[in-house]
Write a protein that binds this ligand. Structure first.
Ligand code: NAD
Length: 482
């Protein structure tokens, strides 16, 4: 149940900015490594920050648009990171998000440096035509300054953008780079029919599900926070029913057996201890323009009350700094899976760790998007759909093996079993399998550091130590030019 007691005020001097918060976490982990100080400084700073202003004409009015692209780390190229459309975009935020991308790529072994883009617009208040104009002009500015290209910097969707904007970006890039055969690899998260890849839209949410499932599979770790192993039957509350939040929820229910008991959106928060069907809720919101009043649910008095719902897993999937020094004490969940980037501030984290909450950090748990973006980039560079060459061949081989088994045993394999056992992998099967493998392997690396290294007290610090060691290793092996 949501708390009805008045929130206690915790006295905090000044909330750190998002970028300061990321760097505070960086410093905490850096102190536990043996990486030389100068090298740590190089890993920490943003290598290139491009702030731009450009005009667009909307009706008869001129409007100046403020936008950014930040390339945090060039230790591997291309750099990679989404583009955010929001009226809240600012340089500090884009720098923080770009830095997180470097660490994220290192954690999931995606061979890219980190980057991020932001355009200060409110997409909800604009028509698709206006958004297309802005997207194409922004892309043109990136091309002019050499901030986009398959081997340079590769954007993707983020808050407020989707495959639609990515198609516009690709088309603009191709217009200016006529004949460049690898041009579609200049951006990922494109529509499947426009050089995209199956499974990219759901990838971040699916990755969050794999991450939560993996964390909950370690008996000792879950017992320590008073839970039983496994995601089945665990209660979950989600903030933000956009791309990441909705897929996290739907996949956690369908494939993991979790129960969604609370959902928060801009208009407010709903609660139903019996479970909320997300597909129905999404349809309801599309029709009514709100989640409030969804049949069977109760609306909580304040939007922020999602934080205080008594549940097993809290999934902030909207924006950064949602759980902060002044509301962290209200959290009742045992696990927080950071589906959004930076939803828990450094101040909040201190409070939550003291309460024994396990935080599965953003730079690991929401890395499914960049992982499948990497697969899309590979697909674009190899110019063929994964599975196309071998699917039928493998199906034939498996069928031959089953024929032999039948012949030698005298038994018969049923038609349904035969069709399951002989299925060759489609693109989406390969993408899901690659993503699952990535999320499991990466979690094990982080957990190993968490459990093995003295002084590493939480998963975020372990994830940072892992990322910093990998990036530092690159610098040491490559040397520094000249
Ligand atoms: P989105 O625009 O599809 O959805 C965000 C949702 O959050 C929207 O429905 C919005 O109405 C809601 N929201 C905004 N403010 C809110 C508030 N105060 N309370 C409740 N709901 C609120 O964005 P997305 O792509 O799902 O991204 C969400 C987060 O996940 C961001 O932090 C983003 O950086 C991160 N992320 C996204 C991806 C990706 O592949 N899209 C990958 C990694 C991380």
């Amino acid at each position: 149940m949501a708390t009805t007691t008045k929130p206690k005020k915790v006295k905090i001097n000044k909330q750190a900015s998002f970028y300061e918060s990321v760097n505070r976490n960086f410093d905490k982990a850096a102190a536990l490594t043996t990486i030389p100080k100068g090298l740590l400084e190089q890993i920490k700073v943003c290598n290139s920050v491009y702030q731009m202003s450009f005009p667009v004409k909307i009706g008869n009015q001129y409007q100046v648009i403020e936008a950014y692209r930040v390339q945090h780390s060039h230790h591997r190229l291309p750099t990679k990171g989404g583009i955010r459309f929001s009226h809240l975009v600012n340089q500090d935020e884009v720098m923080a998000l770009a830095a997180l991308m470097s660490y994220k790529c290192a954690i999931v072994d995606v061979p890219f440096g980190g980057a991020k883009g932001g355009v200060k617009v409110s997409p909800r208040s604009m028509t698709p035509q206006q958004l297309e104009k802005i997207t194409r002009r922004y892309t043109t500015e990136l091309i002019r300054k050499g901030f986009i290209g398959p081997g340079v910097d590769v954007p993707a969707p983020d808050y407020g953008t989707s495959s639609r904007e990515m198609a516009w970006i690709m088309d603009t890039y191709m217009t200016f780079n006529h004949g460049e055969i690898d041009a579609p690899a200049c951006v990922t998260g494109k529509p499947v029919a426009q050089h995209g890849i199956q499974g990219r839209t759901e990838a971040t949410g699916r990755g969050v599900f794999y991450g939560i499932r993996e964390m909950l599979s370690y008996e000792d770790d879950v017992k320590a926070i008073g839970l039983t192993p496994g995601i089945e039957g665990k209660t979950m509350v989600i903030q933000g029913l956009g791309n990441v939040g909705s897929y996290t929820g739907m996949i956690s229910v369908k494939e993991g057996g979790a129960i969604i008991i609370g959902v928060s959106e801009i208009e407010g928060t709903i609660y139903n201890p019996q479970g909320i069907e997300l597909e129905k809720l999404l349809r309801y919101r599309r029709d009514k323009g709100t989640i409030l009043g969804f049949p069977g649910s109760k609306s909580l008095s304040e939007r922020e009350d999602w934080i205080a719902i008594d549940c097993d897993i809290l999934v902030p999937a909207a924006l950064e700094s949602q759980i902060h020094g002044n509301n962290a004490h209200r959290v009742k969940a045992k696990v927080i899976a950071e589906a959004a980037n930076g939803p828990v501030t450094a101040e909040a984290e201190e409070i939550l760790l003291k309460k024994g909450v396990v935080i599965i950090p953003d730079m690991y748990v929401n890395a499914g998007g960049v992982t499948v973006s990497y697969f899309e980039w590979l697909k674009n560079l190899s110019h063929h759909r994964f599975g196309r060459l071998e699917k039928r061949y493998r199906a034939g081989t498996y069928s031959g093996i089953l024929d032999q088994i039948e012949e030698h045993t005298g038994g018969l394999i049923g038609t349904r079993e035969r069709s399951t056992l002989t299925k060759g992998a489609d693109e989406v099967d390969l993408v899901r399998s690659g993503l699952e493998e990535t999320m499991i392997t990466s979690y094990r690396q982080i957990r190993d550091i968490w459990k093995r290294k003295k002084n590493v007290e939480d998963l975020r610090t372990a994830a940072f130590v892992n990322a910093l060691n990998k990036i530092a290793n690159d610098y040491v092996r490559m040397g520094v030019f000249p």
